[in-house]
Write a protein that binds this ligand. Sequence first.
Ligand code: HEC
Length: 174
Amino acid sequence: MQRLAVVVGLVLWAAAPAKAQDMPPQAQRGRELFLNSPKGVACAACHQIKDLGIPAGPDLRTLASAAVPKGLVTAIQMTMTEYVREYKVKGMGSFPAMKAGEEGDQVLLYDLSNNKPELKKVAKNSIDEVKPNTKWKHPPTSASYNNQELADLIGFLRFAATGSRSEVKPEDLK
Ligand code: HEC
């Protein structure tokens, strides 16, 4: 009986580290920040990675697999936007939005007005105007993440995008 307990114990002991290795510690910290940031709006409110979050903002895997950490920081803290537009829609007024696609004569827009993206379907002919965005700001620009937090976020994004397990150091961001 004692022997069996030892064997079971050994099997559990061998299995445990394998489980902890699924995600490196840095990626785990970054995942937590991505999901529940204590500083402002969490990334997951707008970005989707695997089964986490909402696909209102761009798919971050593209940039995370191509850019060096410094480039990712620049993108996260960008003050200029590339995709967001100001839409003026009949009966809805003006709001900043990301276009998510089209369905027949409907356009799918993620309304970013209050940074809790809301998917709206609007008829194409109800859109009066589409202007460059001048008002909406990417929330992380004002969230003052420190370099360790940014490194952890990037570690998580890279792990999710490419499976990279290498640690991103705060000095890599300078
Ligand atoms: C309120 C919604 C929102 C939140 C919160 C948010 N983002 Fe974004 N993000 C966007 C939108 C929208 C864009 C596209 C902006 C543009 O260029 O027009 C974007 C763009 C980006 C880009 C550039 C992507 C590319 O391919 O150009 C990166 C990187 C990024 N976000 C990372 C983050 C990270 C990391 C966080 C959390 C710390 C975060 N974002 C929080 C909405 C959000």
